[in-house]
Design a protein around this ligand. Sequence first.
Ligand code: UFG
Length: 323
Amino acid sequence: MKIFLTGGAGYIGSITTECLLDEGHDVVVFDNLEQGHREAVDSRALLIEGDLRDRDAVRKAMMSAKPDAVMHFAAYALVGESMDDPMKYFRNNVAGGVHLVEAMLAADVKKIIFSSTCATYGYPDRVPMTEDLPQRPVNPYGESKLMFEKILTWAQDREGIQSVFLRYFNACGATDQYGEDHDPETHLIPLVLFVAQGKRDKVKIFGDDYDTPDGTCIRDYIHIVDLAQAHILAVTGDHVGPFNLGNGSGYSVKQVIDVAREVTGHPVPAEIAPRRPGDPDRLVASSEKAYEVLGWKPRYPDLKDIIAHAWSWHQSHPDGYRA
Ligand code: UFG
């Protein structure tokens, strides 16, 4: 298939691009390179530099690519920043998404796989979380992703655009070539590995008084290659609607740090810091629907493998993509 992939210079988009190409698909990447990296775009893909907020640019790129389907990763994704500047999130993640759908209609493209998030659920009533839980986002980032899910539901109903929403839990890990390089970096695993690399003195644990066995927050860490594989299953199959993507097993912040100590052989000093606003105690996926309907099965469910792959990429890219 030929895929028009927005955000292909970012972390999840670049690795999905690599996996699609490895399986013989064609990929046209549409990315403004504001947060992504040119070096993260596989040389086998065609890169079109453009911004989703530029309606004509998206339309022109879509018309020239004439893809079979769209995978939509490009978005702002910092929860804290979204609280400070919500309109930035709605303009890019919602209005930009509308431009993408309009371009699809103009080019007669009828399938989209959308990067959604567990942040659309807010504080869950129960874990493991199934797709039918109420969606009550607690920040503009999660709200912007939920709004675009709804827009796609109407695009499916009124315009016949087949839409799949993949609600990711905590994406992590790397391939040999591509990995996680955000600026600023806010995610736990890369920050822990920065300590092991000597780039930081210690990692902060945001709160140890949560309602969990060791008092630190529990998350569901899922390997990026497994996420990429779910996209390929979604685009090549005949599916619609939401799928949660996680391992179904949660690890606490302290457990993540312990595994990183084991993998890196570094003591990784940690200190307890105040809670980060908006962090739920536990976010753990039920991915039963993805297993049964998509036929998805994570290849790297073990946190040790996930951190080992991330560690290997950080060691071979000590300054990220700024080699
Ligand atoms: N954490 C620390 N110290 C740090 C960084 C993180 O203790 O220096 C903790 C967080 O408080 C959280 C856990 O580690 O409990 C994981 O934090 P991340 O920032 O790595 O990931 P989040 O769970 O906050 O974020 C993920 C996705 C977001 C998505 C969110 C939904 O990365 O895109 O889940 O809640 F919005």
